[in-house]
Design a protein around this ligand. Structure first.
Ligand code: MSP
Length: 560
């Protein structure tokens, strides 16, 4: 990674060497002599999914939201690094592999194909896909463990207690039911006496409280931050068991300082956010790893992560364990956790056992990718829990996509073809100010990771433009030759709004945006925010033929 390489998109190429950017000194660019540091990429991650089953709505939602953030930052001009992947170690995977009669590695390799296919089906613009069984990841985990061990952060002791196999955790007396039994959610509970390695989390508790108090942006939304602070202020932080005896669980990364043990799956999994930039030669991730990685730095710069997008159930791992691990290592901390709620269907928990599931692959097969992406982003913002209903999906599809956006684009392009042979009239400003206000508001919402808010803002323009068609009634103007210049004005405003809508919508429904641009015969892609400037459609430009973006459907998903 240390060599000279070309970077950048489209025609904007720059040369980089060892974390420095070479700027041309002469105007012709023939004498490149100034070195400036390569700027850090906007780095967004999702949780990495367990490979012990098939992907469902919850997994797909999180990945789509992350993709919308990644795409919007790219559109707004950032260089982005978007990472997702799979969490492949641990007891659950070992057990699932045994049940399938496969080695854990073969089991993971099979399922990884399915999960990677989902990433593709969802249209994720990922820059890397990590699997925790990859060597590049395992090596970094082992270096992190060795460093923390050498720094005296770990100790070994014997623990006797009740162990939940399903949840891979020791239980305390507080976890018992009032009648002394264990709740069914813990699955099989066995009494175990075990030697293990522990991480001295407790010594970092005061620091963590202060850190969260002085960095309100670290855990968002605020309600989640209050949850973490409430817990930290009221309970003593127990040390964390970071090992599992090989005799009980062999499917994990071996502890480098004690061959009888493998690493606890969460300690291993969290490191993925850090091991991937390290593997790409990111100095900020390599430096804390010390001598082992000396000389491996390249021009890649992403750490610390800007956003870890995660679900509410894994908040403690990310808001408590992860910052302490990084601090103990001497590494910079990520900027922000964005914690989303959970989806239900028809007001009930998603569950394979009861059949209360939404299969993203089936919905996309039936309704198209952009309808799925639109619905999940529009329906559930970051924070509360969401409820999928087939009727709600069908209603949004009909009202907002087919009758709202689809109808607008169709009418605008059809009328331009019908009344002006598809030739753009001279630019006009009637909807310019309102459009620019929506553009600015939408940019602001995307910048604050509020994709749902961005869609609400964009639909103000969709609705306004549809009303404009009703009010100006171009079909009537067309019948009156004295209204020819008014008709030109109206048609210009309509197609220009459609062009700008495609750019605003690209982060959420990129294929629809591409199709609008294709129908408008634009040679650029709608992926750059500067294309939202009013008036770029030029007089005399020939647009193409309209094609329905969201064909009308009479049924809700699942045929109901
Ligand atoms: N492997 C761990 C994460 C390790 S991150 C270093 C894990 N995996 S998971 O497959 O169980 O969950 C992956 C993500 O999907 C989590 O962020 C989780 O919150 C999210 N969801 C799982 N079910 C969900 C819903 N029903 N709704 C929304 N998101 C949900 O945890």
């Amino acid at each position: 990674m240390g060599g000279l390489r070309a970077a950048g998109r489209r025609c904007h190429l720059e040369w980089q060497v060892g974390g420095w950017k070479i700027l041309p000194l002469s105007p012709t660019g023939s004498l490149p002599v100034i070195l400036t540091p390569v700027s850090k990429r906007f780095y967004i991650t999702t949780a990495i999914d367990y490979v012990n089953g098939a992907p469902h709505l919850g997994h797909a939602y999180e990945k789509v939201v992350a993709d919308v953030i990644a795409r919007s930052r790219r559109s707004l001009g950032d260089d982005v690094f978007f990472l997702t992947g799979l969490d492949e170690h641990g007891q659950k995977v070992q057990q699932a592999a045994e049940a399938a009669g496969l080695s854990p590695q073969a089991y993971c390799d099979n399922l990884a194909v399915q999960w990677k296919a989902l990433a593709q089906l969802l249209g994720l613009s990922i820059d890397d896909f990590v699997r925790t069984t990859e060597e590049r990841h395992q090596r970094v985990v082992q270096v992190v463990l060795s460093k923390l061990h050498a720094a005296g952060q770990f100790y070994k002791t014997t623990y006797k207690g009740w162990y939940s196999v399903r949840e891979e955790t020791f239980l305390t007396e507080k976890d018992r039911n009032p009648d002394g039994t264990w709740d069914a959610k813990w699955g099989q509970v066995n009494e175990l006496s075990e030697d293990n390695w522990y991480f001295r989390l407790g010594i970092h508790q005061a620091w963590l409280i202060e850190y969260l108090e002085t960095h309100p942006e670290y855990v968002t939304p605020e309600s989640r931050r209050n949850e973490v602070l409430g817990f930290l202020r009221s309970e003593k932080l127990e040390d964390l068991c970071i090992s599992r005896p090989k005799a009980r669980l062999s499917w994990g990364i071996p502890l480098p300082f004690d061959p009888e043990f493998v690493t606890y799956v969460w300690f291993d999994a969290l490191v993925n956010y850090f091991s991937v930039p390290a593997a790409h030669g990111d100095l900020a991730a390599l430096a804390p790893l010390g001598d082992y990685y000396a000389g491996k730095a390249g021009s890649f710069s992403a750490w610390p992560a800007d956003i870890h997008l995660i679900g509410k159930d894994i908040l403690k791992f990310h808001a408590v364990y992860w910052p302490i691990m990084l601090r103990a290592l001497g590494a910079p901390l990520p900027r922000q956790l964005l914690v989303h709620g959970w989806w239900q269907k028809d007001g009930q928990k998603l569950s394979k056992t009861t059949g209360n599931v939404v299969d993203p692959v089936a919905v996309i097969g039936e309704w198209g990718l952009d309808a799925f992406r639109y619905y999940v982003v529009r329906e559930l913002g970051i924070g509360p829990d969401g409820n999928w209903t087939d009727t709600g999906f069908g209603d949004r599809y009909r009202a907002e996509l087919a009758n709202g956006l689809g109808n607008l684009v169709n009418r605008a392009i059809s009328m331009l073809n019908r009344y002006r042979q598809g030739l753009v009239p001279s630019p006009h400003l009637e909807l310019a100010a309102e459009t620019t206000a929506v553009v600015e508001q939408t940019a602001q919402l995307y910048r604050s990771f509020d994709a749902q808010g961005a869609l609400v803002s964009i639909w103000k323009l969709v609705n306004r433009a549809n009303e404009y068609v009703e009010k100006t009634a171009p079909f009537r103007l067309a019948k009156d030759p004295t209204q020819a210049s008014r008709l030109d004005e109206v048609l210009y405003n309509l197609v220009e709004v459609c062009r700008i809508l495609a750019v605003l919508l690209w982060p959420v429904i990129p294929h629809t945006s591409d199709r609008i641009f294709a129908q408008l015969k634009q040679c650029d892609a709608p992926d750059r925010w500067d294309l939202t400037r009013w008036g770029r459609l030029e007089i005399g430009h020939q647009v193409g033929q309209p094609e329905p973006l969201f064909p009308r459907k009479d049924l809700a998903p699942g045929g109901k």
